[in-house]
Design a protein around this ligand. Sequence first.
Ligand SMILES: Cc1cc2nc3c(=O)[nH]c(=O)nc-3n(C[C@H](O)[C@H](O)[C@H](O)COP(=O)(O)O)c2cc1C
Length: 249
Amino acid sequence: MPELSTKLRRFFGSKPTTSSLSEKQSAVKPTPTTTTPVKMSSTISAAQFLAAAKHRRSVYGLKNTSAVSDKRVQEILEEVLSFTPSSYNTQPLRIVLVTGAKHAALWDAISAAAEPVLKGAGEEVWKTMQGIFQMHKGAYGSVAFFDSANVIAESGKTHASAAHMFDEFSHHSSGMAQILVWSSLELEGLGANLQHLNAIPPVEEAIKKFLAVPEDWKLRAHLNYGDEAQPHPEVPQKLSTTETLKVVN
Ligand SMILES: Cc1cc2nc3c(=O)[nH]c(=O)nc-3n(C[C@H](O)[C@H](O)[C@H](O)COP(=O)(O)O)c2cc1C
């Protein structure tokens, strides 16, 4: 859908903002802005937004190439970071982009850390998972989504009545960023799939060490991406909305 993709590219093209702890504090109680807000409703409709979101699929057949430059992917990540919501605007989200040979080396590190754990579960488990790791290694890039545990703990102090909720809130917020990044990369023509290596604690540690991220960062999800090596999948079958939707009016 090139026309929609162009519109979304315009949507994602504005200047990203940066975040800092002090800015976060002021952002909790936003100061009135003097600039005229852009009326997005005149640029893109809900139907277009949903059609764009519906294009996102889990794509596992990926090449070790990307028709989209690292710079453009970085711009998308900056844009997503600039507006993704978080509880009280506390902004625990942290993202790392890894591409090319570093992506392949990351998957080697994941595989090495997982091997003893998976072999412990049985030689067959290891063989199956090794094949899956090789497949992911064969993609072009990774977007790793982390949350800062320090920010989550700090948020519990500044908003004590909701302290018990901030870890859960950070998962919600990360999921919102994940869907934005995943959808955006696929609208640029790439394929992507979402993985959870935090399921194996030594693997999360190996990823953090490889990426040299702060100790308090918690891995939430890992998006592999690259040029598609398979036809773009259809939406898988969903439950009837008679089962999943209730309207009360
Ligand atoms: C919260 C969440 C966790 C997921 N974790 C994984 C995962 O660890 N590995 C994987 O291959 N796919 C994972 N998926 C992808 C789902 O299997 C996939 O979204 C689902 O089958 C629907 O297909 P679609 O993505 O093409 O719409 C995850 C998806 C979600 C939303």
